[in-house]
Design a binder for this molecule. Structure first.
Ligand code: IPM
Ligand code: MG
Length: 381
């Protein structure tokens, strides 16, 4: 192919001072972000590096305080950071707002402004979580381990023209070959480190943008002869995700399809409360780290939300932006330890299990993390 843009792995040399822009968001956001923050502090203390939190507002909190869902200064600071953490945004109080005034517009502007075009959404269903999945254990088999690589700065979310003209509303789903190519490369690179299988998801039997998508992904695949590529139509993929979830390794797909399929993948895990995400763009630029779940205004302020998605999001940040892959693995291991010890928040508790709150789950993960970090340290002596 013509240009071969560098894939957005975002892996950097570890620095000793990390500048983070920290956007807890709305609803349960501040509660889960507080647990994630302590995990990061713990890693910094154990690893002998420093982390600085530049706290700012996004979504409804920003609308209330600043009259806009994302201030330009916030975006500028985010561009200059090593990484950005963002909690969920939105809530009924701001639901009447339209277009660029909406909470979600702040988030979309942040993704666009940081040019984080590749959104990595891993779904891992461990044996401990299988019990709270509505999908039968024999379908989940030995465990589900899939990675959705969702295009994040194009498609119907951003395509022009867009808007309301009289009694007609228009959204444009448009992609250039270059946008598809750079996203596909992220997917293939990820597959090389996994089970070497890419499923490209489109709607090429109907949509022109999907036909281009399929052609470009097929062409990129020639550069990756060791990776098996299959194409799936999005409707049939939606079905296979539930009936045969273990057949998937890496799924590459456009923005809107990825949004929908990643919530569906959350069903496999039993709750969106355990799904992290990393949004990456150009090498050396800050990544954006967001739990996949929403602001859950119905349980906000109760200390009941699951902090695991935010804590696992920190693991992705350690791996992809902070150059600390061993600590990332320790955080992921600590979450598995806490689940194995039987801790469950309300969203993942099944009949007969007592649910703990946000802080207790966070504490359990940090206690397990302390043990893992000590062992890792001892291993190096
Ligand atoms: C997500 C969310 C967002 C999206 C919303 C809040 C704009 O659903 O991150 O999946 O559609 O991308
Ligand atoms: Mg979504």
């Amino acid at each position: 192919m013509g240009s071969t843009p560098e894939p957005a792995t975002g892996v950097l040399e570890p620095k000793t001072d990390m500048q983070l822009v920290w956007l807890p968001g709305d609803g349960v956001g501040p509660e889960v972000a507080a647990e994630a923050e302590q995990v990061l502090e713990q890693c910094a203390a154990a690893g002998g590096w420093r982390v600085h939190f530049d706290r700012d507002l996004i979504g409804g909190a920003a609308i209330d305080a600043l009259g806009t869902p994302l201030a330009e200064e916030t975006l500028e600071r985010a561009r200059a950071a090593d990484a950005v953490f963002k909690g969920p945004v939105g809530g009924p109080r701001w639901d009447h707002l339209r277009g660029p005034q909406r909470c979600e517009a702040g988030l979309l502007r942040l993704r666009q402004g940081l040019e984080v075009y590749a959104n990595l959404r891993p779904t891992i269903v461990t044996p401990q979580l299988a019990a709270c999945s509505p999908v039968r254990p024999e379908v989940l088999g030995e465990g589900v381990d899939l990675l959705i690589v969702r295009e994040l700065t194009g498609g119907a979310y951003f395509g022009q023209p867009k808007g309301l003209v009289g009694d007609r509303a228009v959204d444009t789903m448009a992609y250039s070959a270059a946008e598809v190519e750079r996203l596909a490369r992220v997917g293939f690179e990820a597959a090389l480190l996994r089970r070497r299988h890419v499923t490209s998801v489109d709607k090429a039997n109907v949509l022109e943008s999907s036909r281009l998508w399929r052609d470009v992904v097929s062409e990129v695949a020639r550069d990756y002869p060791d990776v098996r590529l299959e194409h799936q139509l999005v409707d049939s993929c939606a079905m296979l995700l539930i009936t045969h979830p273990t057949r998937f390794d890496v799924i590459v797909t456009e923005n809107l399809f990825g949004d929908i399929l990643s919530d569906e993948a959350g069903v496999l895990a039993g709750s969106l409360g355990v799904l992290p995400s990393a949004s990456l763009g150009h090498p050396g630029r800050p990544g954006l780290y967001e739990p996949v779940h929403g602001a859950a205004p119905d349980i906000a302020g109760q200390g009941a939300a699951n902090p695991i998605a935010s804590i696992l999001t920190i693991a992705l940040m350690l791996r992809h932006s902070l150059g600390r892959p061993e600590q990332a693995a320790a955080v992921e291991g600590a979450v598995a330890d806490a689940l194995a010890a039987g801790l469950r928040t309300r969203d993942i508790a099944v009949r007969g299990e007592t649910a703990v709150g946000t802080a207790a789950m966070g504490e359990a993960v940090r206690a397990a993390l302390a043990r893992r970090l000590r062992t890792a340290q001892a291993g190096r002596c």
